[in-house]
Write a protein that binds this ligand. Structure first.
Ligand SMILES: *Cc1c(COP(=O)(O)O)cnc(C)c1O
Ligand code: SF4
Length: 334
């Protein structure tokens, strides 16, 4: 018999949804009934770090509301063109720390793997806007330099997959890495930092759940949601499926002007996370990246918000307010 050619691998449904993401600010504003807002879109910002937002995430925005907290996270506005002193291109000093292996080893016992530069959504406040570091990611090197580094550093017991968004890699690619990590006896824990379960919950499909459920180490998945409206039924379903595989779910958020800078918004976020089976972990003071100054909440106000939050919520629903300071051995509590 003539052997049949191997069937071309069907792209997963989430990959199709990712490709169909909205990239044109006008299309987004039309869909929301906000065409007039187009005059405030910055062509410069759009060229530098283009809009990208999955349609399922757009469906959680309030039509007709120019101040929608989800819209604000993704729309390139002309405020981004302002040059503000103190807001730089490399706010967290990663350019110096990132090795050729795509691995950042700044903290004791943990190393962060820049698994890929891709994301399903482009968040305006992100330091990534200045790093098209697709060429410096660990997957591109077939994971080998990263695995070699870890082999030479047996004190690293926790491997953190970050990016970009590591879950934007195909599950087969993640499985390659998992196989590599299994050859390192020191690994005791795998952590994944991802916004995908929130912005494209379809990513948590059967293939992925099979993979993550079969890993030999405890797995911690740190999500990234900034507002309660980001957490809908599909997100809760994805979280429930992950929990059913024994995955520990935490969330990190960024404190953002106009998105979650009120005690009501932060309280609602913590409650929505808990309803989804997720505990708040960090609330980050904004990294001072160029183009993101209009998102900054001054430190004194952040502290007051946290104090108010503490007075309303059980301790386990109050995130730790932190800032990243280059050269420090950990995130710095405020
Ligand atoms: C934030 C970060 C970590 C993780 O820090 P935790 O406090 O353990 O969450 C690890 N490595 C790098 C380089 C980081 O920036
Ligand atoms: S790295 Fe995270 S915060 Fe930055 S653009 Fe990607 S998903 Fe958004």
């Amino acid at each position: 018999m003539i052997p049949l050619p191997a069937p071309a691998r069907q792209p997963a449904r989430w990959q199709a949804l990712w490709r169909e993401a909205i990239r044109d600010p006008r299309e987004l504003l039309e869909a929301l009934g906000l065409p007039a807002l187009a005059s405030r879109v910055s062509a410069t910002a759009q060229a530098q770090f283009p809009l990208r937002v999955p349609r399922g995430y757009v469906a959680r925005m309030r039509p007709g509301d120019p101040a929608d907290p989800l819209l604000r996270q993704v729309l390139p506005l002309d405020e981004e063109d302002r040059v503000v002193p103190g807001f730089s291109l490399d706010a967290v000093g990663d350019a110096a720390a990132r090795g050729s292996s795509g691995l950042l080893h700044k903290y004791h016992g943990r190393a962060l793997l820049v698994a890929t530069g891709s994301c399903a959504i482009h968040c305006r406040y992100c330091f990534r806007r200045h790093f098209p570091y697709a060429e410096e990611n660990a997957a591109a090197g077939g994971w080998k330099p990263a695995l070699d580094y870890l082999r030479a550093h047996p004190s690293v017991g926790e491997v953190i997959l970050s990016g970009g968004d590591p879950l934007s890699l195909a599950t087969a690619k993640l499985a390659e890495l998992g196989d590599g990590l299994r050859t390192l006896p020191q690994v005791r824990r795998l952590r994944i930092h991802s916004r995908l379960p929130v912005v494209l919950p379809e990513r948590i499909d059967a293939d992925f759940l099979d993979w993550i459920g079969a890993l030999p180490w405890p797995v911690v998945l740190v999500l990234h949601a900034n507002h309660a409206n980001e957490i809908d039924a599909a997100v809760r379903e994805a979280c429930a499926a992950l929990r059913a595989r024994g995955v520990h779910l935490l969330n990190q958020a960024v404190l953002l002007r106009g998105v979650n800078d009120s005690v009501e918004a932060l309280e609602a976020l913590s409650e929505a996370l808990f309803d989804a089976g997720v505990l708040p972990y960090y609330l980050h003071q904004l990294d001072r990246v160029q183009g993101a100054a209009h998102f900054e909440v001054p430190e004194a106000e952040s502290l007051a918000l946290l104090a108010a939050l503490r007075a309303r919520l059980p301790g386990f629903l109050v995130p730790k307010l932190v800032r990243e300071v280059a050269g420090e051995p950990a995130k710095t509590p405020l």
